[in-house]
Design a protein around this ligand. Structure first.
Ligand code: HEC
Ligand code: HEC
Length: 465
């Protein structure tokens, strides 16, 4: 009996090691402390209204599950958020129904799967969704869909043709986006796994991965979209450089058939970027104390503006990346990004070489984000490890394990962030565990030297941004 336990324990240890042993060792040494990212030329023009239309009706994922097959399952949850018309009025807001290349009507997820979130029970567009849970194994779903499609239509049907690309990439990415933490988002690994199966030149399916994929999924918080207008580089590690419309089109690697379809679809992304630039952060819903906020502003400008910029009439934003050994927040995401094989794939691919050009250039650090609407974007830091602003500004107070209720009405307007219970052990639907590799709540110690009264003033000011 003892032997069985031993074997079981050994097997568990082996699994645990295998899961994150292939992460690169966190490298803290860089020759620079901070780096300012210069602007890149952007495609001129762009119509925000057309961009909005394309986001909520468009065919940017290229392929998907035939609407006829989806219809029975999803008709019960119609779109009350985007107020769409036609077939799209019958499906949830996070889904677009569109004709695939051969005309078959299909459904697939849209940007608001991850870039809209419940807040006080209402969906806010552009707010990162911190209520997704990718701990589930999606492999059976991929296999199940394939089976249902074969049964319903067979492999020589137009329906299969409209589904096939999505089928390839869904099954390719499913093993690589499973997280060991709720509330965090594996989008970077989703893109990495899909592109691994695409020919860099024409984006067609390769059948086998072109580069090795890690078995450990480091996921992140989802940043708010209203900050795009201030940014010279996209993503936490500033990896996204060059033309934004091309960069954003990356989401399409989950289903777009090839570069010919991509060329047609990416045209619309100039409009999508124009729409993103019109987004405004939500305003703090309660009165704030103007005197306290004014002293908070002075503190902010003395201690925080060098990295996060100036707000109000003399607005400016420095686009500064802070090296890992200075910021000292969890290093795994950036350490992986700087050596990830997707970087060279991307730079020699259709994305990097055709006009308008974009490129990947990750940094061993994190960008200091604009703080507009920061009161609403809890949890904080790139990995979402800190539940409130009050905890972010006082590192000794940060909980190592914290549990949210999962109800978007449980927001704390004093500490500013999610109401939570500190826990001694992991487990529970919405417990965040900072002891898991990639999810540490360390670093960003800039608030520690302030007094309690100063932190209070600073938070009052942050509410007004
Ligand atoms: C599966 C979830 C998911 C989907 C779908 C998705 N995103 Fe994202 N998005 C993320 C995550 C996670 C990040 C942060 C990654 C990082 O910064 O390293 C992100 C980052 C971004 C950023 C950069 C923001 C910043 O401040 O740097 C933009 C802009 C963006 N997404 C736009 C879009 C658009 C437009 C679509 C649809 C075409 C889309 N995303 C689809 C999850 C998603
Ligand atoms: C040396 C540069 C630097 C200074 C000074 C600095 N920050 Fe930051 N800040 C950063 C970086 C970099 C991040 C992102 C770190 C990460 O995500 O791992 C960040 C993240 C944050 C976040 C989290 C944003 C989010 O949406 O998750 C807040 C809030 C914040 N800082 C507030 C402040 C305040 C308030 C001060 C002044 C007391 C300050 N920062 C001082 C660089 C700085």
């Amino acid at each position: 009996m003892k032997k069985v336990y031993f074997l079981l324990a050994a097997a568990l240890v082996a699994v645990a090691c295998q899961t994150y042993r292939d992460l690169p060792a966190p490298a803290y040494q860089t020759s620079w402390k901070t780096k300012v990212i210069p602007p890149s030329p952007q495609s001129p023009g762009g119509d925000p209204e057309k961009g909005w239309d394309y986001l909520i009706y468009g065919d940017y994922i290229g392929s998907g599950v035939p609407f006829a097959l989806l219809e029975k399952r999803i008709a019960k949850s119609p779109d009350t958020v985007l107020q769409r018309m036609g077939t799209n009025a019958q499906v949830p807001y996070a889904l677009n129904v569109f004709p695939a290349k051969n005309g078959t009507l299909v459904g697939n997820g849209n940007c608001f799967t991850c870039h809209a979130s419940a807040f006080e029970g209402k969906i806010i567009l552009g707010l990162g969704n911190s209520f997704s849970d990718y701990r589930r194994n999606l492999k059976p779903l991929g296999k199940g869909l394939r089976f249902a499609m074969k049964l319903a239509y067979g492999k020589t049907s137009p329906e299969w043709e409209a589904f096939e690309d999505f089928d390839h990439y869904f099954n390719a990415m499913a093993p690589h986006i499973r997280t060991n933490q709720p509330g965090v988002n594996p989008a970077a690994h989703l893109a990495e796994a899909c592109t691994a199966y695409r020919d860099p030149t024409d984006l067609t399916y390769t059948g086998a991965p072109l580069y090795p994929l890690p078995s450990y999924t480091i996921a992140t918080d989802v940043p708010p979209l209203w900050n795009v207008q201030k940014k010279n580089a996209l993503y936490y590690t500033a990896v996204g450089r060059g033309d934004f419309s091309k960069l954003l089109f990356q989401a399409s690697v989950l289903g777009i058939p090839d570069s010919a379809a991509a060329r047609k679809s990416v045209e619309h992304f100039k409009d999508v970027v124009a729409w993103l630039r019109t987004l405004e952060p939500p305003a703090f819903p309660y009165p704030t104390d103007p005197g306290l906020a004014a002293s908070g502003k002075a503190l902010f400008e003395a201690h925080c503006s060098s990295c996060h910029g100036v707000y109000g009439a003399t607005e400016s934003y420095p686009n500064k990346v802070v090296a890992l050994d200075v910021i000292r927040t969890d290093p795994y995401y950036a350490t992986y990004a700087v050596q990830a094989p997707i970087v060279s794939w991307y730079n020699q691919s259709w994305f990097g070489t055709s006009l308008p050009q974009s490129r990947f250039e990750p940094e061993a650090g994190y960008i200091a984000p604009p703080l507009d609407g920061v009161w609403a974007t809890a949890p904080y830091l790139h990995n979402g490890s800190v539940p409130t602003l009050d905890d972010l500004l006082n590192s000794s107070q940060r909980p190592n394990r914290w549990e949210r209720s999962g109800d978007s009405r449980d927001y704390d307007y004093e500490k500013v962030g999610w109401k939570y219970k500190a826990k001694n052990r992991s487990g529970g639907k919405w417990t965040y565990d900072t002891s898991i590799p990639g999810y540490a709540n360390s670093g960003h110690y800039f608030g520690d030297k302030l007094s309690g009264a100063e932190r209070k003033a600073l938070i009052e000011y942050l509410k007004t941004l």
